[in-house]
Write a protein that binds this ligand. Structure first.
Ligand SMILES: *[C@@H]1O[C@H](CO)[C@@H](O)[C@H](O)[C@H]1NC(C)=O
Ligand SMILES: *[C@@H]1O[C@H](CO)[C@@H](O)[C@H](O)[C@H]1NC(C)=O
Length: 349
């Protein structure tokens, strides 16, 4: 752990010297619920469960206007980030066919950022930019989706990956997600991970410069011509999507330790972990994003001079107590945490 942290620190230092801005902050869960204002606006319950973090404007539908004017608080570290981020969540299927939600845990400590180690479950959010003037922050009303919940085959290059932590304290982590062929898998790791599983989702980094959203929530954004990369997609943007936007990445840590007894795993060797979509390959992992930063706070953070922390430039941060006071009323009331006979909303054959 210590050694890894030192390596991480050294690499981070090199990036700071190179002017890279690496904004990283935790966000607590605002809800775990069958809602999806991007893909199924107005619907409740939606076809599958999501775990959601960010501002309290989240609901079955969200207007395509400036969300930062509607939300009054956020579960995220920066007080000005009223965005919402959501993904599928994870379940364990026992031999008797019952499912139990796998708890999410806060991320590890880095660079004086205690907030991120104190969230309630949730997600660690990264916005990475190569420095001043190099990226254009998202505009009010911007939304996007990455990944395909129906996908069940290896398909994408490092757009999403899972790290199998070998032991406690994140198994002694190293820097880039989706980069270590011993520990990173594009689908779910094949065996028990003694320190849990981390999921990384990397959004596209090029924008068409015109559309805040498109019908499939994807066509207005693209990866660089060189494809997604595992940490910062620095390649050139295609002519169709010429505007470089920050590299948004989500990181989720699932504490699988109570499910690591091989005697509870399927006898036929199949995968016992399921995304809330009914996917036990992991290839259908996806992430949704509704931008909701106040004013030019994100642009300013991305224009800072080389930072590697929860605050870039003069970003206002809030304390964990305030963040945990930010809640919403549930719209769909159903048991998400007991042993369940089926995944909420999912018909398995
Ligand atoms: C969320 O949406 C539902 C369904 O439209 C509505 O009944 C509820 O009042 C909304 N909740 C909040 C907190 O606005
Ligand atoms: C199914 O198995 C789990 C894990 O062993 C157990 O906790 C749960 O009570 C069982 N459910 C039923 C309905 O037997």
């Amino acid at each position: 752990m210590l050694w890894s942290a030192l390596v991480f620190a050294a690499v981070a230092q090199a990036q700071i010297t190179a002017g890279l801005n690496h904004l990283r902050f935790g966000c607590s869960q605002i809800t775990i619920e069958r809602l999806d204002p991007l893909v199924n606006p107005g619907m409740f319950p939606t076809p599958h469960m999501h775990q959601v973090v960010g501002g309290n404007a989240f609901n079955a539908s969200m207007p395509g206007t400036d969300i930062s004017n509607i939300a009054s608080c956020t579960t995220c570290g920066p007080a000005d980030d009223l965005s919402n981020y959501w993904t599928a969540n994870l379940y364990f299927r026992a031999r008797n066919g019952s499912y139990k939600r796998v708890p999410q845990v806060p991320n590890r400590f880095l660079f004086n950022d205690r907030f991120t180690t104190q969230t309630s479950g949730g997600v660690t959010v990264y916005y990475i930019s190569p420095g001043k003037g190099k990226v254009t922050a998202f505009k009010p009303g911007f939304r996007m989706l990455v990944g395909d919940p129906m996908n069940r085959a290896k398909k994408y290059k490092s757009q999403s990956c899972f790290r199998c932590y070998s032991g406690p304290n994140f198994g002694g982590d190293d820097l880039a997600p989706c980069s270590d062929s011993r520990l990173d898998f594009e689908g779910f790791p094949p065996g028990p991970c003694l320190g849990g599983i981390r999921s990384n989702i990397l959004y596209p980094t090029c924008w068409d410069g015109k559309n805040l959203d498109t019908p499939n929530h994807k066509d207005h954004v693209a990866y660089p011509t060189s494809g997604p990369s595992n940490f910062l997609s620095t390649g050139n943007c295609p002519a169709s999507h010429p505007v470089k936007i920050p590299q948004l990445m989500l990181e989720i840590v699932w504490d699988t330790t109570q499910f690591n007894n091989k005697a509870d795993w399927p006898e036929d060797g199949s995968q016992p972990f399921y995304l809330s979509t009914g996917d036990n390959t992991g290839y259908g992992q996806h992430g949704d994003y509704v931008f909701g930063w106040k004013g030019d706070a994100l642009q300013k953070a991305m224009d800072a001079n080389g930072c590697f922390s929860a605050t870039c430039g003069n970003l206002r941060s809030q304390d964990i107590t305030a963040a945990k006071k930010c809640t919403i009323r549930k719209t769909v009331n159903e048991d998400a945490d007991g042993w369940l006979t089926k995944l909420p909303g999912i018909q398995m054959e």
